[in-house]
Design a protein around this ligand. Structure first.
Ligand code: FPP
Length: 260
């Protein structure tokens, strides 16, 4: 996506001392940025707040990063909001997150319209609470004709579940005689993943210092550059994103080959 320079400069006008917009090569912004948003709970504890306040602050932060990615001309932003393992959290926290997702989706629909953002979901939405599922469906419907950045929210997403589902779907096609087993290759498998229409991420950002993938996009991250920061998610702002981009732009990406 070609960034709107005037809007980008306005968004990044007030710079901290260590970095400025001029440090980012706008010709070399990743097409797809993925984020593991981690540290809401620890951020809240550090402020003497309830975990729920951490998740609310996390939503505000996600809004800032969505706008920043739009300004920078990113094509796809994917964010890990709720994993297949997150159901193990205390029921009241699961309920709170599901309510927060539903509430945020409705409240922020105008942002998606204003910014021309198309919403997609990664994960099995069928088991979500009815209200959450319905607001997600509303978000999909309202943004389906938007032509700007794609926001891929991973909710009830797990990479192993995604690959298992793809395997099952492919096996069904083979059993039905509509897919020749010899035709199954990496492209075919990719087409059965939730990310079928999306390019692979070029940059994965993980906040709060953990050095794990946590069952996120295992297939899609094969050649992705990782950026891990100790900053908790609610403190990850447009300048933290800028630092991640500057780091990404210093990397020598060879995709298993050698330097030319
Ligand atoms: C991880 O922090 C964060 C989450 C499990 C939730 C992230 C969700 C949002 C920021 C809101 C997304 C909004 C929409 C509309 C989908 P943690 O609780 O694991 O933090 P901790 O590791 O410090 O305990």
């Amino acid at each position: 996506m070609v960034p709107d320079l005037a809007k980008l400069q306005e968004h990044y006008a007030v710079a901290p001392s260590d970095i400025s917009l001029a440090d980012i090569n706008l010709e070399h912004v990743p097409r797809h940025i993925s984020i593991i948003m981690d540290g809401n709970g620890r951020w809240a504890r550090a402020q003497g707040l309830d975990r729920s306040q951490g998740h609310k602050a996390g939503v505000a932060c996600l809004k800032e990063i969505i706008t920043s990615c739009v300004r920078l001309g990113v094509d796809v932003l994917s964010a890990y909001a709720f994993s297949t393992e997150n159901w193990r959290r205390p029921q009241h926290e699961v309920d709170l997150l599901m309510q927060l997702f539903a509430h945020t989706l409705v409240k922020e629909l105008h942002l998606f319209t204003e910014e021309n953002v198309k919403l997609v979901f990664l994960g099995d939405l069928t088991v979500l609470p009815k209200k959450t599922r319905e607001t997600f469906e509303l978000g999909l419907e309202r943004t389906k004709n938007n032509t700007g950045m794609i926001l891929a929210l991973a909710v009830n997403y797990g990479s192993r579940a995604e690959l298992t589902r793809a395997t099952r779907l492919i096996a069904q096609e083979v059993a039905a005689g509509s897919l020749d087993i010899e035709k199954i290759d990496e492209t075919v498998l990719s087409n059965y993943l939730y990310t079928a229409s999306l390019p692979d991420p070029e940059l994965l950002i993980r906040t709060s210092g953990e050095l794990r993938i946590s069952n996120f996009l295992l297939w899609q991250l094969a050649y992705t550059e990782f950026y891990v920061t100790d900053t908790f998610w609610p403190d990850f702002d447009r300048w933290e994103l800028a630092r991640a981009l500057v780091s990404f732009q210093t990397r020598d990406r060879r995709f298993g080959g050698v330097k030319s």
